[in-house]
Write a protein that binds this ligand. Structure first.
Ligand SMILES: [Fe+2]
Ligand SMILES: [Fe+2]
Length: 299
């Protein structure tokens, strides 16, 4: 089974990314995967999410999506809150566009299950040596630098409560899989392993690392030996790690766009190609690091 994966497209709402999306689609048609996965962060505008998914949906593959934090930013003018987006509107957008929203239901192909979650953060990836007080994490603010979700996400849970809620859902999804499932592929937006988190020894960057994911989610994956592959987004620095027979990768593209509108290299680097054969995962094509480094910021 060939899997193509990408995340964090951060599509501009004005149509100026149309050529970028066409380039992604053309590259995907060359790769011709069995399964195409997007691990979240297309847009805070639900209409843009649906339009983008429709533009890059592959007709000869299974198309899977997992919402990112950016996708659940509330839209005041439409009266849609973050939880409503995650539990209903993004699923509807996926259905309309021919994608399967994994948090709503795992996707099963033969004896392989794709299980998905937005995932969340509980500050377990924070660096204790920074001695930043607990309140700063709870308030998502340190010395005037805010983690953007503070302004844009209106969940009625604390971050730790929401992490636990999504962990419980993940445990349920894993426990409810049919008996013939031998391999599980986990798709999330936030990171399940601290080792995927980039630190730069600079602030506020390393403060923001606390909002990358949760170690408790990774423990659930490591406790289930069927889980062989984990694909995530959110961190805009790409990384791959191996943990106890589990391959974990991050597959973001990011905010940069080439000035000359030649997307060949960005798209080639951005789409990860993975292969699953007899329960074993192999990396076919993967570029790590920040593939947008040096490119102009698109927003
Ligand atoms: Fe992102
Ligand atoms: Fe994100």
């Amino acid at each position: 089974m060939r899997i193509a994966a990408i995340s964090d497209l951060h599509i501009r709402p004005d149509g100026s990314d149309d050529d970028f999306l066409t380039a992604i689609r053309q590259r995907l048609e060359v790769i011709s995967p069995d399964v195409f996965v997007i691990a979240g962060d297309i847009s805070d505008n639900i209409a843009v999410v649906e339009k983008t998914l429709s533009a890059i949906k592959l007709s000869n593959a299974e198309n899977l999506y997992v919402a990112g934090n950016h996708d659940i930013w509330f839209e005041k003018e439409k009266g849609i809150g973050s939880l409503e987006k995650y539990s209903r509107f993004i699923g509807d957008a996926c259905t309309n566009a021919g994608f399967h929203h994994l948090p709503d239901e795992p996707f099963i192909k033969d004896n392989v299950a794709f299980v998905g979650s937005l995932g969340w953060y509980d500050y377990s990836f924070r660096r204790d040596e920074l001695n930043i007080p607990e309140e700063s994490y709870l308030e998502k603010e340190w010395q005037g630098s805010y983690w953007r979700d503070y302004y844009t996400v209106d969940l009625e849970y604390t971050d730790r409560e929401f992490t636990e809620l999504l962990n419980s859902k993940l445990e349920y999804d894993l426990s409810a899989l049919p008996e013939n499932i031998e391999t599980v592929i986990y798709i999330s937006h936030h990171l399940p392993f601290g080792a995927l988190t980039p630190y730069k020894d600079s602030l506020p960057w390393d403060f923001f690392s606390a909002f990358m994911g949760a170690e408790s989610t990774g423990e659930i994956l490591l406790n289930d030996e069927r889980v062989k592959l984990s694909i995530s987004g959110h961190s805009h620095v790409r990384r791959q790690i191996f943990l106890d027979g589990l391959l974990a990768v991050t597959v973001p593209v990011g905010y940069g766009r080439p000035e000359n509108d030649d997307f060949t290299s960005l798209v080639h680097d951005g789409i990860a190609e993975l292969e699953l054969t007899d329960g074993k995962c192999k990396v076919h094509h993967y570029v790590d690091g920040d593939i947008c480094e040096g490119l102009p910021y698109a927003f």
